[in-house]
Design a protein. Sequence first.
Length: 331
Amino acid sequence: MADVAREAGVSGQTVSRVANGRTNVDDATRERVLAAMRRVGYRPNSAARALRNGRFRSIGVIMSAVPTFGNSRTLSAIAAAAVAESFSITLMPMTRPTQGEVTGAFSRLNEQAVDGVIILIERHELDESEIELPSGLPVVVIDSSAHYTYPVVDTDQAEGAASATRHLLDLGHRTVWHIAGPPQSYAAERRRKSWQATLERAGREVPPVLTGDWSAESGYEHGLRLADEATVTAVFAANDQMALGLLRALHEKGRAVPGEVSVVGFDDMDGAAQFWPPLTTVRQSFQAVGRNAVAALLAEITGEAQATEPVSVPTELVVRSSTAPPPVTPG
């Protein structure tokens, strides 16, 4: 720092202000100091800075080791939001969130010197009463029903599923079948419950639930069975991948979409508009979930605020060509 100060013709205190990102340095002086840093090869020592101010500018992310489309997109959004705030992320994957794994993950993140933790696990095990999150680090939880004192951020899954179901009923379909996500998924459960409640409020028959595993293959297998049911005219799949498999099955069985069967997905994944036909789906903003999670965590880290009410990110129904009124029954 003394070399930089001599090179730039400023005080050591000014160099320190620039190195720490302070704003009380005019632009011309800042640029002169930065140029001097480049010439002498100076880089701020992040470890020393952390010891001085108690911050490591690093966020830990604990997430399921089994990747899903939603989790991978949310992780990308968290990383982008963290980088925008000059933070790095340390990823800690978990095969199953038992108390031992959760405690171990927190311990390893503490060893790697993070300022806070975002938990991105969609499985119900996180909500079980015997799992307690260790204290000592600021925490934000994504996609959980657990009543933690930490901020919780998630997509409004229930409203998204309700809007998909209402859309099909409003088109004139007597009822809506559902291909649900895996039972251990909290998001899948909320979508399923909302689909059922929407049908019940409308006084419609609730068909048996078909349970998939988020994959296109599971949507395809259930689609082969649904295609053989002549009374099936509308299906809401809990994600776009299962909807894709469903579309293939209906095509192979000669059931026209949307002429005979309407299909709605959930996610608005990349390429959903390129399905054939283009898929009507529920768009959820993974970017907004990531931004809100990082913002809530940074507010905890700095002591500015600690949210008590969950942050619910709204969804949007995107209507494309895979839905239409049901076929007219002769006679």
